[in-house]
Design a protein around this ligand. Structure first.
Ligand code: PLP
Length: 368
C-alpha cells in the first residue's frame, strides 16, 4: 500500500499528506474545524486557565491519578450535552472505537456493521471474536435483511457512523434504531462528524433526529467541531462503568490532559452560547461550495462537500491544483474509500470569512 501511495504521489508530483501552509496564503477547506473554535480566543483562554489551575498533565491513567474532579465534571457536562446518562474520555476516538467492542462482544455475539464505517470501528469489530456481517452503506433494507438472517447470538451490535466523513451522507438513524428494537440489537453510533455540527443547538446526530432515548453506545471525537483532542464514549451508566474498568485502551493509557478538558469546556461554552449563528454560517458556506461544484459534487447532507474523482491519482492531482491555487483540501484514496471511488473533500468551517469562502468558490469553479 505504501509503495503504491508513493507511486501515486511521485506521478502527481505532489504529496497531499505533507503540505506546508499558513493562514495568510491558504484557505483551509481540509480541516475538521467546523465551527472555527480551534482559533477562538475564549477556547484558548479556557485551555490556558485549565493549565494554570490543574497543570499540563495528570501523568497517570484514569484509574491511577486521572480520575480528577475536573475530568468527572467535564464528562458529566458532555454526557448531558449529548442527552446521555454518562460519558467516558479516551485518549482518542480511534482508541475508543478500537477498544469498546472487545470488552462488550465475544464469540457468542454478532456485529452488523456499515460497510463504509470508519477504519477504527472496523478494527474494533475485528478485535473481538464476534461474527461480523457487513451491510450495504446506509441501506435500511439490507440491514433488515442481514439482521433477519443473523441467527442466534447472545447480543447483536449494529455499528455505524452518523455522518460519513468522506462524502457527508447521514445515516438513517431512526430507521436503524427501529430495526435494533425489532431485533433486540444494541446500536453503536460514532458521531464524530455530527457532534457540534448537527442539531438545532449543535448537540449532534441524536438532537438532529429528535432521539431522546438512545439505547446504545455513542462515540465521538473531541478533535473535530469541538476543536480539541481525545475521544468520548457515552450511554447508560452501567455500561460506562464496565468500560471504565475493563477497556484496556482506557485503563492503560494516560488520562486526557487538563488543557484538553479546558478546551472542551471552552468549546461547549461557545456552542451553547453561539451555535445558532455559527451553525447558520457553516450551512451557508456549505451551500456556497456546493453551488460552485454543481453536478460535480457527491450527494451528501452534512456540511461536507466531496468531489468524486475515480482513481487515486486524479484525486491527488485535483488536490495539487487546488493547493497551487491557495486552497487546502483532503484527498481520500483507498483503503479509506473503495478502490476507484476516491474523493476530494472540502469543509468550509464557520471560522472562515464569507469573502474567503466566495474566493474559494470562484477558484473551485475555475479548477474543477
Ligand atoms: C468517523 C470517525 N471516527 C473516529 C475518528 C478518530 O477520531 P480521533 O482523531 O479522535 O482519534 C475519526 C477521525 O478521523 C473519524 O472521522
Amino acid at each position: 500500500m505504501l509503495t503504491r501511495g508513493r507511486e501515486i504521489v511521485a506521478r502527481a508530483g505532489f504529496n497531499p499528506y505533507r503540505v506546508d501552509f499558513d493562514d495568510k496564503h491558504f484557505i483551509d477547506l481540509a480541516s475538521n474545524n467546523y465551527l472555527g473554535l480551534a482559533g477562538r480566543a475564549e477556547v484558548k483562554e479556557a485551555a490556558i486557565a485549565a493549565i494554570r489551575e490543574h497543570g499540563v498533565s495528570l501523568c497517570g491513567t484514569p484509574v491511577a491519578s486521572g480520575h480528577s474532579a475536573h475530568a468527572r465534571q467535564t464528562a458529566k457536562r458532555l454526557a448531558a450535552f449529548c442527552g446521555l446518562e454518562a460519558a467516558l474520555f479516551f485518549p482518542s476516538c480511534y482508541q475508543a472505537n478500537n477498544g469498546i467492542l472487545a470488552v462488550l462482544a465475544g464469540e457468542d455475539d454478532g456485529i452488523v456493521i456499515d460497510r463504509a464505517a470508519h477504519a477504527s470501528l472496523i478494527v474494533g469489530a475485528r478485535a473481538c471474536r464476534a461474527k461480523i456481517s457487513p451491510f450495504v452503506h446506509n441501506s435500511v433494507e439490507h440491514l433488515a435483511h442481514v439482521l433477519a438472517r443473523a441467527g442466534k447470538h447472545r447480543n447483536i451490535f449494529v455499528v455505524t457512523e452518523s455522518v460519513f466523513s468522506t462524502e457527508g451522507s447521514i445515516a438513517p438513524l431512526p430507521e436503524i434504531l427501529a430495526l435494533c428494537r425489532e431485533h433486540d440489537a444494541i446500536p453503536v453510533v460514532d458521531d464524530s462528524h455530527g457532534i457540534g455540527v448537527l442539531g438545532a443547538s449543535g448537540r449532534g446526530a441524536l438532537e438532529h433526529f429528535g432521539i431522546t432515548d438512545f439505547p446504545g453506545i455513542y462515540t465521538a471525537s473531541l478533535g473535530k467541531a469541538l476543536a480539541g483532542m481525545g475521544g468520548m464514549v457515552a450511554g447508560n451508566a452501567e455500561i460506562m462503568e464496565r468500560l471504565e474498568y475493563l477497556c484496556p485502551g482506557l485503563v492503560y493509557s494516560t488520562a486526557l490532559t487538563p488543557p484538553a478538558l479546558g478546551t472542551l469546556n471552552g468549546a461547549l461554552d461557545v456552542i451553547e452560547r453561539e451555535f445558532s449563528g455559527l451553525g447558520k454560517r457553516l450551512w451557508q458556506y456549505r451551500e456556497i461550495v456546493a453551488d460552485a461544484l454543481g453536478a460535480k459534487r457527491l450527494a451528501g447532507e452534512a456540511p461536507i462537500n466531496a468531489v468524486p474523482c475515480g482513481d487515486a491519482e486524479t484525486a491527488v492531482r485535483l488536490t495539487a491544483t487546488l493547493y497551487q491555487n491557495g486552497i487546502l483540501a483532503t484527498p481520500f484514496i483507498e483503503p479509506s474509500v473503495p478502490k476507484n471511488a476516491c474523493v476530494v473533500r472540502l469543509i468550509a468551517g464557520a471560522g472562515l470569512s464569507e469573502e474567503a469562502v466566495q474566493r474559494a468558490a470562484r477558484c473551485i469553479r475555475a479548477c474543477i
